[in-house]
Write a protein that binds this ligand. Sequence first.
Ligand code: 9MR
Length: 367
Amino acid sequence: MNLSRRTLLSALAAVSAVRSVQAKPIVDLGAIGHEHGLMFGSAFDREIFRDDAYRALISANCRIGSIENSLKFDWLRAKGPVADFAMADRLVTFATDTKIQVRGTGLIWNDWAPDWLKSLSASEIAATLDRHVDETVSRYAGRMQSWDVVNEPFYPPHHTQDGYRKGPWLDSMGKNYIARAFRGAAAADPNARLVLNEAFCEQDDELGRSIRPSLLSLVTELKHAGVKLDAVGFQAHLKPHLPFDDQAFAAYLDRIAATGVDIYITEFDVDDSSLPDDLAVRDRMVAERCTKFLSAVLAVPHVKALICWHLSDRYSWYKSADWYARAVRSFGGDPTRPVRTHLADSALRPKSDWLSVARAMDARPRA
Ligand code: 9MR
C-alpha cells in the first residue's frame, strides 16, 4: 500500500467522523498530487489574513496557489494608471514564505475593465497594456511560478470576428493584444511560466464547442510566431446541467498539448445551482461530476496542475455572482440554501468531492 492509499483510507474514516469545525486538513491533497506529477492547489486572496483556519487549510494542502483577484488590472489600478501593490505584495510574500508556488491571474482580461481605461484612446490603451504588463510582472520577477497572461480571449456571443471577447484591449489593438502581452511578460520575467487561460471549453454545448477550434488556432499561431507560451489553462467551473463529453474534452487537451504546451486546470469547482436542495444528494452529485471529469482529464499526461477556485464553500464566488441565486430559483431550488460548490463546506469540513479529487489524483501513474 503506498502512502496515498493509506492517507486516503484514513481520510475516508475521518470524513465520516468529522463533526466540528476542523482547521487541520485530513488529507494533504498537495502531497497526493505531487506523488502523481501534478501541482495541486487553490485560489486565495486577502481573506487568508483574517481567517486563521482557512489559511491553515490552504497552507496544508496547496503546493501551488493562484491569487484570485489582487493582481488583476482593475484591482491594482482601480482609479487610474498608478497601481496599488500593497495587498498583492502581502499575498506573494505569504505564498513564498509558505512554500506555495504562486500564480498571478487575469493580467490582461477584456472583462471587468475600469471606466478610466475605456475612456482612453487606442494608442493610450496600448501603452497602458505595455506599462501594466512590464511593471506588474517585473515587480514579482523570479517569485512567480506562472502568470495567466491573457484571460478568456474568446466569447463567441460577442459576435466579433473569430469569436474574440470584446473589451478595450481587443477594441484598440485587435487580437495582437494577446501576443503583445505575452512578449511583454516574457521580457519582464523570463522564468515565469506563461499561460493562456480560457473558460467554457470543458462544456460540450454550443459555447464550449465553438471556442475549442478558435483556441487551438490561436495557440498554434502564437507558437508559430515564436511567442513564449508555456501552458494553456482551462478553468473548469463545471456545470452539471450542461452536456459534457469528458473523453472528447480529454482528446482535445491532447491536441492542445501537441502544440508544445502543458495543460493546467486553473479554476476547478462545481456550479451546484441546478442540483437538488437536499445536501446529501447534492454533495453526491457534485462528487460524481468531479470524479467523471477528473478521471478523464487527469489521464492526459500533459495536465500538470489542478487548481481549485478556492478550497471551501466559505469563500465560494458563486455566492456573490449576481446570477447565482436566480439560477437556483430557476431550477426549482431554494435560493437561500447553502452553496456546496467547493471541496470543503463552509465550516471547512471536507466533503465527498474532496475525496473524489484525492482518488482521481491517486489514480494517475506515480511521478
Ligand atoms: O472569483 C472572482 C471574483 O471574486 C471576482 O469578483 C471576479 C471578477 O474579477 O472574478 C472571479 O474570478 C473569475 C476568474 O478571474 C476568471 N474566471 C471566472 C472566475 C469566476 O467568475
